[in-house]
Write a protein that binds this ligand. Structure first.
Ligand code: SF4
Ligand code: SF4
Length: 449
């Protein structure tokens, strides 16, 4: 089986983002292959753990992928302050004599944003709403690299590493089958507060789960890299309860047009046309604008927002929500059929290297300092009695079940095949009996731990 076919068969998707099918990315040729191990969001431990634990496997696979892409540069990108991980990877590079380099990023948010990372390492700027490939780069997360290593040995993606942080006994790493209920992991992690909420992912861009029902239904997917447990009355939980209408009213009444949201926007800094202050300024008259041309002038820049959250979680001195208002504006642009022209050759602004958000300050602003730990996380390999494997864990069409109720499946078996077009195969991380197949997922009961 050739390289791309092996990755496709194993159902590999981007482990650190929205779950873009990796075989599609690897079907191209590129000058740069960049491995994202910069752990974009505060408090997440997964990339660091993988770099410390599997340095040789990572380095060897990076060299193979770079060879496949015919890339002349293969670079693993971490934060420079990850000394242990840097050393482990450098030793591996020296040992296997691989043509792989390390790049140490400064500690800022969003260091791991794909487009920021491309700009910092190569000096190139990805076009607005473009892909790293548009400037000769392929970027994969370090977890994806390890999934590719498995795929090349014939092992599919069926389990996941993730960290659990926040209001738990210790920051911990878990290795679990896909479809593992989040509640099972939380039981092992030992929550230290009464009422709690869970953010799946990081505090800036993760998915907030507040009510018990939502937490009970959440399961680990191919893209789950972290669970952050917070007390139910934490600032971030309370903030997430604001309705869209409340945010619109606040924008119209309290925005002082200081422009901090725009001036600190990481996409604006790499030269993209993103102007959240313009969106905020025009919200009050949104319903009165009849001409599409005028509407695009007021709200068009929202189309280039990547929802990193810097504007609303750090920059805005009034505690407003420009990110959410950009989301709102994007929806209105779609409804009006407006697709603003893209700048295909942006140039980073002069201050790009100076105007960065220090991660430590961001953590303090988010009221998360108490959860920062300098100890290495504990590790738990988990088995579960039951899992529910979603059919859609990736960008593209949901996979199509190939098993039915009553079937017995072995660990690693294909349970849903990629649909026509953009889609991926899905495998089970536990053996057992299929007890339910729905449009959402496949329930499998196995043996107790
Ligand atoms: S969320 Fe805010 S800071 Fe981030 S890209 Fe969008 S406008 Fe810029
Ligand atoms: S930072 Fe806040 S107050 Fe300043 S322009 Fe942006 S939304 Fe308005």
């Amino acid at each position: 089986m050739d390289f791309v076919e092996a990755v496709k068969a194993a159902g590999v998707v981007g482990a650190g983002g929205a779950g873009f099918p990796t075989h599609v990315k690897l079907s191209a040729k590129a000058e740069w292959f960049l491995v994202n191990a910069a752990e974009c969001e505060p408090l997440i431990e997964t990339d660091k753990y993988l770099c410390r634990t599997y340095p040789e496997r990572i380095v060897e696979t990076v060299a193979k992928i770079a060879g496949h892409l015919e890339a002349s540069h293969a670079v693993i990108v971490l934060k420079a302050k990850y000394h242990r991980e840097m050393e482990a990877l450098q030793e591996a590079i020296d040992k296997v004599k691989a043509p792989v380099e390390l790049f140490g990023m400064r500690t800022f948010y969003p260091a791991g944003d794909e487009q920021t990372l491309v700009q910092q390492v190569t000096g190139r700027v990805v076009p607005e709403r473009g892909l790293p490939l548009d400037v000769g780069c392929v970027v994969d997360n370090v977890g994806t690299v390890l999934a590719i290593a498995d795929a090349l040995e014939g092992r599919p993606v069926s389990e996941k590493f993730l960290s659990v942080t926040g209001a738990v006994a210790h920051t911990q790493m878990f290795h679990v089958p896909l479809g593992t209920p989040v509640t099972e992991i939380l039981k092992k992690a030992k929550i230290t507060v009464g009422d709690y909420a869970v953010i799946v992912g990081g505090p800036m861009m993760g998915r907030m789960l507040k009510d018990k029902e939502a937490i009970a239904q959440a399961v680990v997917t191919k893209t789950t890299g972290n669970l952050l447990v917070l007390p139910a009355d934490h600032y971030l939980v309370k903030r997430s309860e604001l309705t869209e209408q409340q945010m619109i009213h606040r924008a119209a009444t309290a925005c002082i047009q200081c422009r901090m949201c725009t001036d600190m926007c990481p996409r604006y800094m790499i030269g993209h046309e993103v102007r959240p202050n313009m969106v905020m300024r025009n919200l009050w008259r949104e319903k009165t604008i009849t001409s599409n041309e005028e509407f695009e002038k007021a709200f068009g820049s929202a189309a280039n927002c990547c929802s990193c959250g810097v504007c609303e979680m750090f920059a805005c001195p009034m505690g407003l929500s420009p990110r959410k208002m950009n989301d709102y504006a994007k929806r209105l642009l779609r409804e009006r059929g407006i697709n603003p022209e893209r700048n295909m050759h942006p140039t980073a602004r002069e201050a790009v290297d100076y105007r960065k958000i220090p991660t430590e300050r961001l953590i303090a602003r988010l009221d998360l300092t108490r959860y920062v730990t300098h100890d290495l996380p504990e590790f738990t390999q988990m088995q579960v009695k039951e899992c529910v494997i979603p059919l859609s864990q990736h960008i593209g069409k949901p996979a199509v079940p190939v098993v039915k109720q009553g079937d017995h499946v072995e660990q690693g078996a294909l349970v849903a095949a990629a649909a026509e077009g953009l889609s991926v195969n899905i495998h089970t991380g536990m053996g057992g009996t299929v007890t339910e197949v729905t449009n959402q997922g496949i329930r499998i009961c196995g043996e107790e731990e």
